[in-house]
Design a protein around this ligand. Sequence first.
Ligand SMILES: [Zn+2]
Length: 312
Amino acid sequence: MKKVRNPVKSHFLLISTALLLVTGCSSAAAPPQSEAPTQSDAPASTEKNEPGQKSQPSNSTETAPKPTEGQAPVKTPPKSSAEPQKPAASTIPEEQKPSGKPSDSVQIPDLDLEVVAEPQSVTVLVNKQRQLPDNYQPTDLVFPNVPYLLPAKSEKRQMRKEAAEALEKLFAAAKADGVALAGVSAYRPHAYQKALFNRYVQQDGLEKARTYSAVPGTSEHETGLAIDVSGADGKCAATSCFAGTKEAKWLADHAHEYGFIIRYPEGKDAITGYIYEPWHLRYVGNEVAQAIEEKQTTMEEYFGIAPVSSEQ
Ligand SMILES: [Zn+2]
């Protein structure tokens, strides 16, 4: 489960897909720049947990604080616009698409990450310490009917059904407010993340690769519940200059009304493990999204999960 030993048999074609694969979103694959994520790449906790077994902190949403039921969406003041920080992806990475052909890839060592027990929960919490079961694949992926910067049939448009429906409402509401949004990248298949990460490990070694790319199973994009969003013009897509744009402001003000949160808020990188990503939306459902918005907190804090940094 948490083992990711299987050599990813992949051969990479150099394809400069530019924006399509912009994954400056640090839970994705940012360019190999050491300043991208602020999170250290120190090895994960050595505590070993059996897959599927509850361990501390609990994976289960059942033990999470119960949000108040039936709350109306609460409008809160906008979060302060971020000064553009260090670029998460000031240059667009030239992605190399795994082709599925065999190669002599390296093996990703067992990092002993905690494996989440309920990967199918819409409130599943994955981060640098908490990983989806190996080869987890959402079963209800659909194509949200919203504009994307991706080709029409790209599998990266997909999201889980509930999240997709919420996203359509969010986009429609933004449009009604004169804010034109576009999807940059949503679902990322586990095999893809694995192949991508593997390539980075081959290139830079494990320690360095972990500073800019998510270990397979730890990217929220693999849940089908996360999406990177930009303005319709695609400027600043998944990069730090998105902060402070009217699209970013709209999302900060309204995402929670549709069950989404800004998963990596400004100044919380010691808790989430990622620098501010105003473009990365995570669907958690209305109640949790509203509660997190009211508290101006993070998923980790809301669910009582240890900060990522404290475990390193
Ligand atoms: Zn993202």
